[in-house]
Design a protein around this ligand. Structure first.
Ligand SMILES: Nc1nc2c(ncn2[C@@H]2O[C@H](COP(=O)(O)OP(=O)(O)OP(=O)(O)O)[C@@H](O)[C@H]2O)c(=O)[nH]1
Ligand SMILES: [Mg+2]
Length: 464
């Protein structure tokens, strides 16, 4: 009898467990991996963590603790939290490495329900939290799903000017004489796709640009070497639509169109279906500081890439994501990352700049009744606020250690509260230096700025 009772209790408990899936989105280098690592770290320490005053369940003691448990999707690699922490706690400390493939982690959070039906049934309850990490580049592929090969090619052609044209020169020269309607030659396609991929790498590495499509070309993951990653946009505008629509099936154009369609259908769609269809909450991380430092081209490119990203994530009935996968997101947090790169007096400007950057997406999501908030945060705080004396005046400053090992006390500059115009770029620089993470004991939670605020917004109500 006792055995049966235990079994029934177990089944009831399991039925009462809650699940939640958090989508961490952001362009490449926005700080996704650092955010996930810090979030896991803070939660794993939550039973005794003094660094979470804004996270009510931890502050009030409802959250009993958290632990890592085997993830639900067994075919996906596990998020390498240990490697990230090891790097951060090494001597000298270093940042987690850039993400090259998708990975996932599941946390089990134990809490004391404070009210509601759960409180009547149990003393403790469980929330399973699933988080996915992936390279930022892959997110920019979502818009491809609403474009044909010809439309996508036209879009690529429209940005091939200025610095991009210079970087694409070799590829452009070699394709200039190409007959798209002639019979396809596999070796030639491989060679030219290689040159196109090189151009994308240069955009990213040499020019610090974000808008790089298709994203898998620069970070192929499991598709490395597969023919689905061998195509390129047609940049000649000499071919009429009717000539293209009647292109022979064995022509270069038809073969590339086929690969593009396959890429959309099997690579892009599958990725979103697998990782974004079940999402409950989303955090959008935006690094505004690095592009502010790099100059107007980089800033505008980041802005454009972010706009594209947010357009794809439209949640309305006509939104691409909704039409394809109908996610049930009810809250989105927009976060300006790496706030420890500026002095605390600049944090309000950081938030207001972010608000301007995501203004349109905000309007759309608000219309759909989705809750939203904007914050500035630092997932892993690498500097401490200090002061400098300048001409008899005491000014706020930052103290930290540069990647080179040099100790530094500096004033990085002011963050514009509005989208920067000509005068900002001409009159004022913003100095962004890469800091090393601060050293610290491995049994203590990582230092951060407002991760507890993010936790409260994303999880607080789920742990009641
Ligand atoms: N100072 C400071 N630097 C940060 C913080 N978060 C991230 N960074 C810096 O930003 C870099 C990129 O952060 P990641 O978390 O790897 O970015 P990501 O979005 O995962 O990038 P991809 O994996 O390439 O898409 C890190 O290597 C750090 O140099 C932070 O809170 N403070
Ligand atoms: Mg990453």
């Amino acid at each position: 009898m006792e055995k049966v009772k235990n079994k029934v209790n177990k089944l009831v408990n399991r039925g009462l467990d809650r699940h939640m899936r958090l989508a961490v989105t952001g362009l490449s280098r926005a700080g996704k991996t650092a955010f996930i690592t810090s979030l896991i770290n803070q939660l794993l320490h939550s039973g005794t963590n003094p660094r979470l005053p804004l996270f009510t369940p931890a502050r009030e003691g409802q959250l009993l603790g958290a632990r890592r448990v085997p993830q639900g999707q067994l075919h996906i690699p596990s998020f390498d939290y240990d490697q990230g922490i090891h790097a951060l706690r090494s001597s000298p400390p270093s940042w987690p490495v850039p993400t090259r493939d998708v990975s996932e982690i599941r946390l089990e959070l134990r809490y004391r329900p404070e009210s509601g039906p759960l409180r009547l049934l149990k003393d403790t309850a469980t929330l399973y939290l699933d988080i996915v990490d992936y390279p930022g580049e892959w997110l920019l592929d979502l818009p491809l799903l609403s474009m044909s090969f010809v439309e996508w090619s036209a879009k690529q052609r429209s940005v091939l000017n200025g610095r991009r044209r210079e970087l694409a020169e070799q590829w452009l020269t070699e394709i200039s004489e190409l007959d798209m309607l002639a019979e396809a030659d596999e070796r030639q396609i491989k060679h030219l796709s290689g040159l196109y991929t090189e151009y994308l790498h240069k955009c990213k590495d040499e020019a610090g640009l974000h808008w790089v499509q298709p994203g898998r070309f620069v970070l192929p993951g499991e598709y490395a070497g597969a023919p689905v990653l061998e195509f390129f946009p047609i940049v000649s505008d000499k071919l009429s639509e009717s000539a293209l629509s009647s292109a022979p099936p064995n022509s270069l154009f038809s073969l590339m169109k086929k690969r593009y369609d396959y890429y959309c259908e099997h690579v892009v769609k599958d990725f979103y279906k697998e990782h974004f269809s079940q999402v409950d909450r989303q955090i959008v991380l935006v690094d505004t500081l690095q592009p502010l430092n790099a100059g107007p081209d980089s800033f505008n490119d980041m802005r454009q890439a972010l706009e594209q990203l947010m357009q794809s994530f439209r949640y309305g009935k006509s939104g691409l994501l909704r039409r394809l996968f109908s996610p049930r997101i009810d809250r989105i947090l927009f976060a300006a990352t790496k706030a420890d790169h500026v002095t605390p007096d600049q944090h309000p400007n950081l938030v207001s700049l972010l608000q301007q950057l995501i203004h349109e997406a905000w309007q759309t999501a608000a219309f759909e009744g989705i809750d939203m908030e904007c914050v500035s945060l630092s997932s892993i705080q690498a500097t401490e606020p200090g002061n400098v004396d300048h001409k008899g005046e005491t000014l706020p400053a930052l103290r930290g250690t540069l990647e080179s090992g040099e100790a530094m006390l500096m004033y990085p500059g002011e963050v514009p509260a509005r989208l920067p115009g000509e005068s900002f770029w001409q009159s004022q620089g913003f100095e962004f230096r890469q800091f090393r993470p601060m050293p610290g004991p491995s049994d203590e939670p990582l230092p951060h700025i407002r991760i507890d605020k993010a936790l409260q917004y994303l999880l607080g109500d789920k742990l009641k």
